[in-house]
Write a protein that binds this ligand. Sequence first.
Ligand SMILES: O=C(O)CCC(=O)C(=O)O
Ligand SMILES: [Mn+2]
Length: 217
Amino acid sequence: MTSDLFDSVPDTGPAREHMAEGAVLLRGHARPLENELIAALHDIVAQAPFRRMVTPGGHQMSVAMTNCGPLGWTTDSSGYRYVQNDPETGKPWPAMPPAFAQLAERAAAAAGFNEFAPDACLINCYEPGARMSLHQDRDEQDFDKPIVSVSLGLPAIFLFGGLKRSDKTRRFRLAHGDVVVWGGPSRLFFHGVAPLADGEHVLLGRQRINLTFRRAR
Ligand SMILES: O=C(O)CCC(=O)C(=O)O
Ligand SMILES: [Mn+2]
């Protein structure tokens, strides 16, 4: 006999959770590609190592970052922007691996956004305690394409608010393989990540990796 009790108490929540108009959480969507994604990540980081960037206000971010794809997001004392070359090495950012681009395109389509072809992938590395304060993604030329955000490694609490910084935020637990897509009416919603709790992930150890795919130009 199957157990009704266990059937009715899933430990991972529904596979697809509506977060807001235009925003959806696709649980486990990236898991089938986990090995390819992690292998590609190691190649990227060997060419363009993680670094903790400085905001225009002079604060060093707790999250370490790198990029792949034609454009990479960067920040320093002169502002936030996209650049073709890694400021640390002077070389173009590593190419976007096909598995990355394919995942982003498919996740966007699953969320109702067709023909998403990202030209930028920001890679965030969180160690325990690292956080990202509430912000909007608005350094892109236009906002008609969605953001596709892939979580790997340790789980995190994602804060998702509204169009105003003061709007109430809701908390979503993002685990390894989860993908969040937001666009359309929620493209400019404020969002952030609570300080990462300590832990050990079987594939990635004591860290969380986030891949943020965007169409920058
Ligand atoms: O790490 C995350 O889940 C969000 C990252 C983010 O919002 C960003 O890089 O702009
Ligand atoms: Mn963001």
